[in-house]
Design a protein around this ligand. Structure first.
Ligand SMILES: *Cc1c(COP(=O)(O)O)cnc(C)c1O
Length: 342
């Protein structure tokens, strides 16, 4: 089975498992796990922030950021197809008591400064006021679009002018950085906090990093505890994260494979493939051929897994557990899927 549902399906390889076996550990709730401490220091260093916090998931790290930056009743301004809006179960309302203001980011998934300005609200007798702006890079639902630092800077500038902090959901920031040949910190310079995943392209089994200023991270540590995310001997997991951080350039190989996969898919009649900037291949499927659900079910029979991001939209994600040969096989199998609908 070739599993291209997500880069989250990556499994820890032998190097990671060795690091896990050898990890020094302590009680991280007491701040005594040396491996977690090392991971947090190293992540902050790479991201160019004062401090960082190891979280069980990207979702929790995003939710902690929202909780810390906002007051209940405020608004969270974010892109309408963003992960925080679409796939976090209304967490902003549940956990932080904030209402979301989704803003259409078409065509690129990035909110132009003018559009942010238009939707920022200032607190008044009848007006909640914007408490936080959240951005996403790479943008998952826009096919892993790598948004350039200047666009992040432009968006952040209007928010900051209004006194509103900016959080960057950078689950795949490594991919954005690799695609644009720049350091991850270049994006983070413009925002107030960032979340990055260790459990996607980097291949660690568990975990994400929330990074930002020292005072923010101190509060985030308390918030994470409130979410039930205080972990004890988490060094066994953090050890894998450290291996992941060292290999963050390796996602480039995933981008090349996505490119090759996209080329192969372009030749398939009925697929309208968006050329990938990173590791996510999105394709519109001609309804005359099939709908996405039927396509994917047939794929599963033949031995290739993907996901649908719309009734006629397919998504295939490359990752370190799918090598060059597997990509060739993937293209063959997708052709076979197409053949079943003739
Ligand atoms: C995967 C993802 C998350 C959530 O990370 P989990 O570790 O799965 O909770 C958040 N934002 C984006 C853009 C993602 O792709």
């Amino acid at each position: 089975m070739i599993d291209l549902r997500s880069d989250t399906v990556t499994r820890p390889d032998p190097t990671m498992r060795d690091a896990i076996a050898e990890a020094e550990v302590g009680d991280d709730v007491y701040g005594e796990d040396p491996t977690v401490n090392e991971l947090e220091t190293r992540a902050a260093d790479i991201l160019g922030t004062d401090a960082a916090l190891y979280c069980p998931s990207g979702t929790m790290a995003n939710q902690v950021a929202i909780d810390v930056w906002t007051e209940p009743g405020q608004e969270l301004l974010l892109e309408a197809a963003s992960h925080i809006y679409r796939y976090e179960l209304g967490g902003a309302a549940r956990h932080a008591g904030v209402q979301t203001r989704p803003v259409d980011g078409r065509p690129r998934g990035v909110l132009p400064p003018a559009r942010i300005e238009e939707h920022l609200t200032e607190q008044a007798l009848h007006v909640a006021g914007t408490g936080l702006v959240a951005l996403e890079n790479t943008h998952n639902n826009y096919g892993g679009r790598a948004i350039e630092p200047a666009a992040i800077a432009g968006a952040a500038e209007v928010a900051h002018e209004a006194g509103v902090p900016v959080h960057l959901d950078g689950a795949r920031l490594w991919n954005a950085a690799a695609a644009q040949h720049i350091a991850p910190a270049t994006f983070v310079d413009h925002v107030d906090s960032v979340m990055v995943s260790l459990s996607k392209g980097l291949g660690a089994p568990v975990g994400s990093i929330l990074a930002g200023p020292r005072g923010f991270i101190d509060e985030a540590r308390r918030s994470r505890k409130g979410f039930g995310g205080g972990m004890r001997q988490a060094g066994v997991l953090a050890a894998a994260g450290l291996v992941g951080l060292d290999r963050r350039q390796s996602v480039r190989a995933d981008h090349e494979r996505a490119s090759r996969l996209a080329e192969g898919m372009t030749a398939i009649d009925g697929l309208d493939v968006v050329h990938p900037e990173t590791n996510i291949v999105v394709a519109d499927l001609d309804p005359v051929v099939a709908d996405a659900e039927a396509w994917l079910a047939t794929g599963e029979d033949i031995g290739i897994l993907g996901t649908d991001v719309g009734p006629q939209t397919l998504r295939y994600v490359t990752h370190r557990d799918v090598d060059d040969d597997a990509i060739e096989t993937a293209v063959e199998r997708l052709n076979e899927v197409r053949g079943r609908f003739d």
